[in-house]
Every structure is written in C-alpha cells, then in structure tokens.
Design a protein around this ligand. Structure first.
Ligand SMILES: CC(C)(COP(=O)(O)OP(=O)(O)OC[C@H]1O[C@@H](n2cnc3c(N)ncnc32)[C@H](O)[C@@H]1OP(=O)(O)O)[C@@H](O)C(=O)NCCC(=O)NCCS
Length: 185
C-alpha cells in the first residue's frame, strides 16, 4: 500500500523484496555510526517484521522509502510513538529516517520528511512531532533544521537503551515542531 508520494519518492508498506536493502543499511558501519551496533540479516528481518506489525496496529511506524520511478527501496522513514518514558512522555510521536549511503546527499530524506510531517499534522492531527539523535549526528540534525524543527535542550536525554560500553552515543538532542509552527511555515 502506498502511503504518500512526492516528486521523486514513494513511502509505502514493506515488501518481501525490500529485505536485502534493509539488511544492507542495518549492517553498514557508515549508516550505523551513531548506533551501538550493526544488525545481522536475521535481526534486520525481525526489525522489518516489527515495523510492519506496528504500522498494521497503529497506522504509524517506519515505512519503506522507495524511488517513485522504479519502486527501488532506498531506506526507511516514518512517524512512530516513542517508548522512552520518563524522558519523552508516552504519546510523543517522533519522525525518523535511515538511508543507504549511495542515496545520501540528494535531498531525498528532506523531501520525504516534508510530506510525512504534513501527513502527521493533517491526517493524524498530531499536536507536535519530535526527532532526536546523537548530538554529533550532524547529517540527521541538519535534516531536522531543514524541516523547521527546533532544538529543545530542556528535553535532551541520555538514551536508556544505549549500553554503558558506548558512552559517546548516550547523549541525545531533541528537536520538535508543533502544528501551529508548521502551519506558519
Ligand atoms: C541522516 C540521513 C538520513 C541524512 O541524509 P541526507 O542525504 O544527508 O539528507 P537529505 O536527504 O536532507 O539531503 C541533504 C543533502 O542533499 C543535498 N541535495 C542534493 N540535491 C538536493 C535536492 N534536490 N534537494 C535538497 N537537497 C539536495 C543537500 O545539499 C544536502 O547536502 P549536504 O549534506 O552536502 O549539505 C543519512 O545521513 C543517514 O541515513 N544516516 C544514517 C542513519 C541515521 O543516522 N539516521 C538518523 C538517526 S537519528
């Protein structure tokens, strides 16, 4: 099922044929630089199943991102309910993304995320959308800034699921945009 389309991209449900691309990005050290570890093919498959289950159950989740012309998958993008109490209250919705390196620096994530923010505020009537990343993940915070999201230092947190063996990946910065702010843009 197609959720959204933009000029160059399609956001859609996962297909069985997306599994190799999803596994490739989750195993790529460059893509996973700001995560505690890379994922095996089996773990990646389980993560895709989990993403699809959440989409089925809640209508929110990380969808496949594909090129519109060919339907080739290039990564994922979506809105998801956070599971980070007490740092982010239940009910908070984040926007997140991950792309195979060969598709970086072409504006694809910003293009898809603009459409996903609209979808979140209009179709899901969300009051606010947040995004968070390791402080040094400047490629990701640059996307947040391009989307008009603003850093809210009062909500920055030490990620509870990052192991103590990776202290440099614990501190996360939180960016946010409210519906009113988005409408004004
Ligand atoms: C974070 C990530 C998704 C950002 O990807 P990206 O390609 O840099 O982001 P965008 O799609 O917004 O592209 C912007 C870049 O494309 C360039 N660009 C080229 N053509 C463009 C176009 N038509 N429109 C807009 N930008 C364009 C921009 O100039 C910018 O380049 P710059 O970084 O040299 O300034 C990617 O780096 C990634 O997957 N990282 C690993 C996973 C990760 O960390 N995820 C986030 C965890 S919080």
């Amino acid at each position: 099922m197609i959720i959204l389309e933009t000029e160059r991209l399609r956001i859609r449900n996962w297909l069985e044929t997306d599994r190799p691309l999803f596994a490739e990005i989750n195993a790529d050290p460059k893509v996973m630089e700001f995560f505690p570890r890379q994922r095996s093919r089996e773990e990646s498959d389980a993560l895709m199943d989990e993403a699809q289950r959440r989409i089925r159950e809640t209508g929110l989740g990380f969808f496949a991102l594909a090129l519109k012309d060919t339907d080739e998958p290039i990564g994922f993008l979506g809105l998801a309910r956070t599971d980070l109490e007490p740092f982010l209250p239940d009910g908070t919705v984040e926007i997140g993304w991950r792309l195979a390196v060969r598709f970086w620096r072409r504006g694809f994530v910003t293009e898809a995320a603009e459409a996903m923010l609209r979808h979140g505020f209009e179709a899901h009537a969300l009051p606010e959308i947040v995004s968070f990343a390791v402080e040094n993940n400047q490629r990701s915070t640059a996307v947040m800034k391009r989307l008009g999201m603003r850093h809210d230092p009062s909500r920055d947190f030490e990620h509870p699921r990052v192991p103590d063996t990776a202290p440099h990946l614990k501190h996360h910065v939180v960016y946010a945009i409210g519906r009113e702010e988005w409408l004004r843009r």
